[in-house]
Design a protein around this ligand. Structure first.
Ligand SMILES: C[S@@+](CC[C@H](N)C(=O)[O-])C[C@H]1O[C@@H](n2cnc3c(N)ncnc32)[C@H](O)[C@@H]1O
Length: 433
């Protein structure tokens, strides 16, 4: 599951509300102090240089995060504390579905583009029903996602504003803090709960294809800012030799490329190189081609439909990479063995996968909680949907990948020194000769 969308350094899991007042300037609302305002995940989370909202020095609302190291109520907690934990989860689930509506219906983008809007104006701009637009805006204001100028005004006269921080997270698809696609992923799994129940009973699965467009597009959109930004502007350049090879003109294979953003990013950043994206999901490849066309149609880029284990092209590539997909595969060893063969002598095989803990521990931190959440609902059922399957799931620990790599003929792995809070980058070590 995608997790490179932002750099979250707080352990906060329960949004809290603070009072703010609006400060307006000639450019509109630039900061907010008053009203009820909580784009929760952005608070204090973005280090300098990583997020537009932070960079512009716009005041972020803050949240009442648990103290560092504080665990959420665990199984030994009182019924009251435990009820609070479950209640917070319920609120979060409802808010996530409201985000899905706001994203799909274009509400967040309209609020970002137009500034303060009334419910009838939002409905008119987005072609939606005004009664629904009003209820959704009221929900968003009550939950701290938008500001309302005058709560006591008549319902259709109230003006609602999406602040800079909330807009980055909910409306701006190239911002590293952009999180709206996760509502699509949550919707994809939630709308297949019957199939998941069946899979849990039978040992079957729910495939990526079955999860459909919400999963596919949510995944692509969630990782897009990471690939178009830090991957090609920071991470690969920091690797020295690989960067020089790609700059001079190299052949690159992108295994499990999904909707293509990693391939598009590399093709655009390294025009002398040739990038081949491979994916087994036809709809993903079609979407990747559409995304490429919308991104200037780089001529050094091609997308190929098929099982990566059968990609062939032995000894052809300087760089063979797989971004956030090995843990989804029922037979990762076969794919890794193909990746080993695809690499030229002296080439590089690079894997990006979830930065989970090195060993199981409970209770886990927020990253571990998130990855297990995706694992039980999406990645493990996807991996189990084709049998036989090793059944990896999202929580693929470094030792698991190393074991897969050795079975695939590699001489081990090294963790690359690339700083991302949710992803770990590995180089699988090609055998000598
Ligand atoms: C979670 S998505 C990641 C997509 C993309 N790399 C990204 O980061 O957005 C996993 C992708 O792996 C693809 N995949 C799974 N098994 C595959 C295989 N054997 N060969 C090629 N692609 C595969 C899926 O179709 C899916 O697009």
């Amino acid at each position: 599951m995608p997790t490179g969308w932002f750099t979250l350094r707080t352990t906060c899991s329960l949004p809290a509300h603070r009072e703010y007042t609006l400060q307006r300037d000639s450019a509109g609302i630039r900061s907010a102090r008053g009203g009820r305002l909580v784009p929760a995940a952005t608070a204090g989370a973005i280090p300098p240089g990583r997020g537009r909202e932070y960079d512009q020095g716009v005041a972020s609302p803050t949240v009442d995060a648990p103290a560092a190291g504080e665990s959420p109520p665990g199984p030994g907690a009182s019924a009251e504390a435990f009820a609070g934990k479950v209640f917070a989860a319920l609120l979060g689930a409802l808010e996530t579905q409201a985000i899905y509506l706001g994203d799909k219906l274009g509400y967040y983008r309209a609020l970002d583009d137009h500034g303060a809007l009334t419910a009838p104006a939002l409905a008119s701009i987005t072609g939606t029903h005004p009664r629904y637009a009003r209820e959704w805006l009221e929900h968003q204001a009550v939950n701290g996602y938008v500001l309302v100028d005058e709560p006591r005004a008549a319902p259709d006269a109230r003006q609602y504003t999406l602040t800079e921080g909330a807009a980055a997270v909910l409306a701006r698809d190239s911002d590293l803090t952009y999180m709206a696609p996760f509502a699509s992923l949550a919707a994809a799994t939630a709308s297949h709960l019957d199939a998941l129940v069946h899979a849990y009973r039978t040992g079957g699965g729910v495939s990526w294809k079955q999860l459909g467009d919400d999963a596919r597009e949510g995944q692509g959109a969630a990782n897009k800012p990471l690939y178009l930004g830090p991957l090609v502007n920071e991470y690969i350049p920091s690797l020295g030799a690989i960067h020089e090879r790609l700059s001079a003109g190299a052949a690159v294979a992108d295994i499990g490329c999904g909707t293509g953003w990693s391939s598009i990013a590399m093709a655009t950043r390294y025009p002398a190189s040739t990038i081949d994206g491979y994916d087994i999901d036809e709809a993903s490849i079609e979407q990747a081609r559409r995304n490429a066309r919308a991104s200037g149609n780089p001529t050094n880029l091609g997308f190929h439909l098929g099982d990566a284990a059968e990609a062939g092209q032995d000894g052809h590539y300087d760089l063979v990479c797989a971004f956030e997909c090995i843990h989804d595969m029922p037979d990762p060893v076969s794919v890794l063995a193909t990746m080993r063969r695809m690499a030229k002598p002296g080439g590089t095989v690079m894997i990006m996968d979830e930065k989970v803990a090195e060993a199981f521990t409970a209770p886990g931190d927020d990253t571990e909680r998130l990855m297990y959440g995706f694992s039980i609902l999406c990645c493990l059922p996807d991996g189990m949907s084709h049998q036989p399957s090793v059944g990896t799931g999202t929580v693929m620990r470094p030792s698991t990948l190393e074991a897969y790599g050795r079975s695939a003929g590699f001489d081990g792995l090294e963790v690359l020194p690339l700083d991302n809070d949710f992803f770990r980058f590995y180089r699988l070590i090609l055998p000598e000769g």
